[in-house]
Design a protein around this ligand. Sequence first.
Ligand code: ADP
Ligand code: MG
Length: 238
Amino acid sequence: MGALTLTNITKQFGTVDVIKGVDLTVEPGEFCVFVGPSGCGKSTLLRIIAGLEDATGGEIAIEGRRVNEVAPAKREIAMVFQSYALYPHLTVRDNMGLALKQAGQDKATIAGATDRAAGMLALGALLDRRPAELSGGQRQRVAIGRAIVRTPKLFLFDEPLSNLDAALRVQTRIEIARLHRELGATMIYVTHDQVEAMTLADRIVVLRAGRVEQTGAPMELYNNPANTFVAGFIGSPQ
Ligand code: ADP
Ligand code: MG
């Protein structure tokens, strides 16, 4: 049974077909990377998985259970955005604990989960600061920490590092890879960056105009791209 199974997912905005029948199974613990040109539907697909957007057709199943009609907060999915989306008036501690508080967890549970996530992401010294007092890299670590505290079944990352400078991108990428190993969690990660895709992915899914063009392990795609479109993303010299 897949951690996530998409069956013939379609999405129309008005009369425009944006997702045109996507079938995909993500295995438990897999790190799956979506690549594809701007506008091909990567964010829309993540938002459909998270429940932030309804699919027009098809089925989304998490651990074998259909979730199309399940509210986002009940899907046990955490999403990390490019823009961090932290609350400016809340401290790091409260930003990270908010979802648990909203879910009705007690203070001790929230404090324990927040401290554990802060420890994993080296945020312990920053817990009482507000987002404005943090660097871009620190903010993104808080956004990742906020995702971890909920111990979701599935992590979705939408170009989480694209606002960071090159050195921080590398550092944060290494941290995400370490978290994936330590948590054993299933992750889907959207990126434009070929190095991120090649180094993080167990499997790369190449999307083109709302369809899956090719999927495979990084070296499979690198050595055997189906066409020049895929080669353009995975960088195999042709
Ligand atoms: P990507 O993340 O791959 O760059 P998106 O999923 O953001 O692509 O967008 C895919 C297509 O759907 C684009 O053509 C975009 O303009 C369109 N789109 C996305 N969201 C909406 C929306 N809420 N209303 C109308 N069109 C949208
Ligand atoms: Mg996008």
